[in-house]
Design a binder for this molecule. Structure first.
Ligand SMILES: NC(=O)c1ccc[n+]([C@@H]2O[C@H](COP(=O)([O-])OP(=O)(O)OC[C@H]3O[C@@H](n4cnc5c(N)ncnc54)[C@H](OP(=O)(O)O)[C@@H]3O)[C@@H](O)[C@H]2O)c1
Length: 283
């Protein structure tokens, strides 16, 4: 990729990660970025992708667009696969035909959560949910089409000030003074969306074909959802919240959550010379 003032197109730009990318590139002068919303560019519509790419001519696409409703996906399999498999396949094909580098975001949900140690990129995948299966199908579509330069970045437990996420939910419930019960037997690594955005920009600027492949990126360290909630509530409402640890079996959801989805981030750290912040970095 060129190192100076590259042209980047971000899909799904009104989502949580898209907004973090917008905040991150605001004061940069080394890239021109077109932030495409679903209205500008629907990844399930090949004609809409082609029209935007041929008009804007990006050198890099950061694909944050996805169907992310994990529980709804269980009863809406068709939609999840349409966006997370077919949509990704469309993007990958368009990138390949135009020599555009593709940075695509995937998920810890491609694993089954049975590991006891952080997952490495080559560990066997075994998604347990429709969402996880549809995201894995998207990864496979990219690898099959194989654009000249592609990066599949699996991340976990994204949080930020923007959008519908666990961090904002805890702040809202804390403010309302409600008693909160949170599961304490699922382990993962919260990831600040702004940190991931920085890493993606770094990859867009410093990647080259020899580094293409699958990578894991998350905040450093690990915790349970309960410990994550406690850190948020303690910081914002010190000694003034009611929080109870519960077990997964006491909190039924349509989609099964992995018991353990901590990601090993050594490969991305070393390949791209990235620093990983502790998961508490914004809390
Ligand atoms: N959030 C997490 O904890 C987490 C964890 C691991 C991995 N990830 C992955 O990280 C990426 C970013 O997640 P996020 O939290 O930013 O998700 P998000 O807030 O749900 O944003 C996804 C965006 O994609 C858009 N979108 C949906 N269908 C589309 C389509 N057909 N064409 C174009 N855009 C479409 C959505 O628009 P509408 O809202 O208008 O539908 C939304 O703006 C996703 O790939 C997700 O799978 C997220």
């Amino acid at each position: 990729m060129a190192t100076q003032r590259i042209k980047v197109l971000v899909t799904g730009s009104s989502g949580q990660l898209g907004l973090a990318l917008q905040a991150e590139v605001k004061n940069r002068n080394d890239m021109d970025v077109f932030f495409a919303t679903k209205k500008d560019l629907d990844i399930t519509n090949l004609a809409s992708i082609i029209a935007q790419l041929d008009h804007y001519k990006p050198e890099v696409i950061i694909n944050t667009a996805a169907y992310t409703a994990v529980d709804q996906a269980e009863s809406n399999k068709e939609k999840a696969f349409l966006v997370n498999e077919k949509g990704v396949q469309n993007i990958a094909q368009a990138c390949k035909e135009r020599g555009i580098a593709l940075i695509h975001i995937s998920t810890d949900y491609v694993f089954d959560g049975e590991s006891k140690v952080p997952y490495k990129e080559k560990d066997p995948v075994n998604p347990q949910t429709v969402y996880g299966k549809s995201k894995l199908a998207g990864e496979k579509a990219i690898q099959k089409i194989a654009p000249k330069e592609y990066y599949i970045i699996r991340t976990s437990w994204l949080y930020s000030n923007n959008g519908n996420n666990f961090y904002n939910t805890m702040l809202r419930l804390g403010k309302e003074g409600r008693a909160i019960s949170v599961v304490n037997d699922q382990w993962g690594s919260p990831t600040l969306a702004g940190d991931l955005a920085k890493a993606l920009i770094h990859i867009a600027l410093s990647g080259d074909e020899s580094k293409k492949g699958v990578y894991h990126y998350s905040g450093g360290g690990a915790c349970t959802w309960y410990a994550f909630a406690k850190a948020i509530l303690e910081k914002h409402f010190p000694n003034n919240y009611i929080l109870k640890p519960i077990l997964t079996k006491e909190y039924q959801t349509a989609a099964i959550r992995p018991k353990y989805s901590v990601l090993n981030t050594n490969a991305i750290k070393h390949t791209f010379n990235l620093k990983i912040n502790d998961w508490r970095s914004m809390i």
